[in-house]
Ligand binder design. Structure first.
Ligand SMILES: [Zn+2]
Ligand SMILES: [Zn+2]
Length: 387
């Protein structure tokens, strides 16, 4: 029986929690209702310690096994939703206008709560299981905030594991890889200053729209001509604002985008070349460019031994033929990377089946993932802490 029996019994209860979180989405660090509900549940399960307020609204639960042991393993879920309008029409759809659990963090939180309930009930392990519920995964670096608040040292976490659902991977199957699995995502904002003027006398102006367009094109030459073709890189300009009407050449333009990579070397190269190309191109046309280059989430790098261990647990739950350990890296980003920079561990995807994509208004976490996801957590804790 690959799915843990007791977890199968808990499925209905975990599903009800998931749908309650889904109906009440909260953003970034403002996950007060969700965090309070998580803390209440952890207390009701009889966790040895329940500590709220780690990284502002993060919650940590500590469960000690009934066998003697010193090892401490951390398991992490995220609690925040996204600022978009839900279009699912589900009976438990978002009750908050403009907010939606479109990344499945409702499911992640519910599955880890289910595992906490099982682990607090059975305690069939040696050492300590730490369940981590973080705020602000979606762009707020909640993982880094929890680390800054002493998450790792205060609870003595030695290894840390994370999980994300993945639309397009068959339901309940797992996928993972050793090494870089998700990208570093840096942010760029470019402010161009030219010389505004009458559209009929372009020779007397410096056209920020023309300059911005050239910059967008030139930036793509970095990916095509500076980065090794066998390495991965993304430069995407996703916002370009300039002008107000059809007969004025605009004085200013603003561009924003994302720069992504899978290694520190490529990340550094992109930073250098993006700055050079922007400055050089603006200069070529007589405009000035100011660039704000902000480091975002680092690369999610799975540690080899912990990845093999996580894959073994997944095989035990789903069957060997339903675990892909050769997943190609993806260029999405995930702030669990901060935790993997602190301690060895592994991040794994669990299939959400044929659903709408993450961050799509029709997306919904599939409750049929719960038995596999929760079983993965309980077996991982029991095996890592078998003494
Ligand atoms: Zn997301
Ligand atoms: Zn997510």
């Amino acid at each position: 029986m690959p799915i843990v029996n007791r977890v199968a019994d808990l499925h209905g209860e975990i599903k009800a929690w998931r749908r309650d979180f889904h109906a009440h989405p909260e953003l970034r660090y403002d996950v007060h209702r969700t965090a309070a509900s998580v803390a209440d549940k952890l207390k009701s399960f009889g966790c040895d310690e329940v500590v709220p307020g780690i990284g502002r609204t993060g919650v940590v639960g500590v469960i000690r096994g009934r066998k003697p042991g010193q090892k401490v393993v951390g398991m992490r879920a995220d609690m925040d939703a996204l600022p978009l309008e839900e279009e699912t029409g589900l009976p438990y759809k978002s009750t908050v206008a403009g907010k939606m659990h479109a990344c499945g963090h409702d499911g992640h939180t519910a599955m880890l709560l289910g595992a906490a309930k099982y682990l607090a009930e059975t305690r069939n392990f040696a050492g300590t299981a730490v369940v981590i519920f973080q705020p602000a995964e979606e762009g707020g670096a909640g993982a880094a905030a929890m680390i800054k608040d002493g998450l790792i040292s205060r609870f003595g976490i030695e290894e840390v594991y994370g999980m994300h659902n993945y639309p397009g991977i068959p339901l309940g199957q797992f996928a993972i890889r050793t090494g870089p699995m998700m990208a570093a995502a840096d942010h760029i904002e470019i402010n161009l200053e030219g010389k505004g003027g009458h559209a009929a006398r372009p020779h007397l102006s410096i056209d920020t729209i023309l300059v911005g367009a050239q910059i967008i094109n030139q930036l793509q030459s970095i990916v095509a001509r500076n980065v090794d073709p066998l390495e991965a890189a993304v430069v995407s300009i996703c916002m370009f604002q300039a002008g107000h009407t059809d007969n004025v050449i605009p004085q200013h333009a603003k561009l924003k985008g994302t720069v992504r990579s899978l290694t520190p070397q490529v990340r550094e190269l992109l930073h250098k070349r993006v700055a050079e190309v922007i400055e050089g191109t603006a200069q070529l046309y007589g405009a000035t460019a100011s660039l704000a280059y902000t480091s975002g989430y680092p690369v999610v790098v799975n540690h080899e031994r912990q990845t093999e261990f996580a894959a073994d647990i997944a095989r035990e739950i789903a069957g060997a033929e339903r675990v892909n350990t050769a997943l190609p890296p993806v260029m999405g980003a995930e702030d669990f990377a901060f935790m993997l920079n602190e301690r060895p561990g592994a991040f794994i995807f669990v299939g959400n089946g044929d659903s709408a994509g993450l961050h799509h208004p029709a997306y919904d976490f599939n409750d049929e993932v719960i038995p596999a996801g929760t079983s993965y957590w309980v077996r991982l804790a029991e095996t890592a802490l078998k003494g």
